[in-house]
Design a protein around this ligand. Structure first.
Ligand code: SAM
Length: 282
């Protein structure tokens, strides 16, 4: 029986084509197949490095059938390199599902490290790096978005968001409202490209700037974590939550119903109420 193959998760450039490692180029060249989010997009990179390995598409909409097919190929001993359009596969991009399947099947999964927009923006933002939370794209639906923002508003760690240019203004407005216009932030634009730019200012100032000038290109938003005063406000919010919950319990509701009512009244998820109640009861 053939020895089982390997799944490489390969970083590709986020702008500047030079941002790829020797090992990544070599592995792309010698692999049996490259599983690419968009084969037309990746063709440019392969042409630049004179790589002629066959490609197959692997993305959100074919991940079930294509994932199974790729797993079978690795079980037969082939080497598969998974790439997305830019940066690390699996980070706001396809790749995570294939990695999970391969792990379950006992196939070796290994990284070819390199460019990533989130961490590249983070290290240049001038904000604390001791701890950080990657949020990525905020949900489009308002309710889900509010749940995420309610959860992260009190985090002391620096926050990382991805956003498309046509949604940047709206997202800045939402962030300024949910996290406070005074929070320090950085809009990192067009990283590694000709018009790379970092705007280091508060969320309110960023919003004012981009209301004046049209956001163009790709953006990562880095936002400072909650300081003590924000954390105190979050504590106060948690207190209100507990008060409501306990009032429902005192009125005779069972725990589940009390949580459901509290979530409904505050417009947050039951999960958030559950976690806050657990923390409050400790
Ligand atoms: N997998 C990628 C990574 O590892 O960074 C992220 C892919 S996600 C679909 C695309 C988002 O990443 C963009 O909307 C933007 O927020 C961010 N991004 C990608 N390239 C960028 C760049 N050159 N400059 C700024 N942001 C970028």
């Amino acid at each position: 029986m053939a020895e089982t193959g390997t799944l490489y998760l390969c970083a590709t450039p986020i702008g500047n084509l030079g941002d790829i490692t020797y090992r990544a180029v070599e592995t792309l060249r010698t692999a049996d197949v490259i599983a690419a989010e968009d084969t037309r997009h990746t063709r440019g990179l392969l042409a630049h490095y004179d790589i002629h390995t066959p490609m197959t598409s692997y993305h959100e909409h074919n991940k079930d059938e294509k994932g199974a097919e790729l797993i079978a190929r690795m079980q037969a001993g082939e080497t598969v390199v998974c790439v997305s359009d830019a940066g690390l596969p699996g980070i706001a991009d396809p790749g995570a599902d294939l990695a999970r399947r391969a792990i379950v099947e006992g196939i070796a999964v290994t990284p070819l490290p390199g460019a990533n927009a989130a961490l590249s923006a983070l290290i240049c933002a001038g904000l604390p790096l001791e701890g950080f939370t990657f949020v990525g794209f905020l949900p489009r639906k308002e309710k889900k978005r509010r749940e995420v923002l309610t959860r992260v508003a009190a985090y002391p760690e620096t926050l990382i968001f991805y956003e498309a240019p046509h949604r940047l203004r709206e997202t800045l407005a939402v962030l300024a409202e949910a996290l406070g216009a005074e929070r320090r932030a950085c809009a990192a634009r067009e990283l590694t490209k000709k018009f790379e730019e970092f705007r280091r200012m508060t969320l309110g100032e960023l919003l004012a700037h981009y209301r004046e000038s049209e956001p163009r290109g790709e953006f990562v938003l880095i936002v400072a974590g909650a300081d003590e005063s924000t954390a105190a406000a979050a504590d106060a919010a948690a207190e209100t939550l507990m008060e409501r919950y306990e009032a429902h319990i005192a009125a005779g509701l069972d725990k589940k119903e009390a949580m459901r009512r509290t979530a409904q009244e505050l417009g947050i998820s039951r999960r958030d109420v559950y976690q806050a109640v657990l923390a409050g009861e400790r």
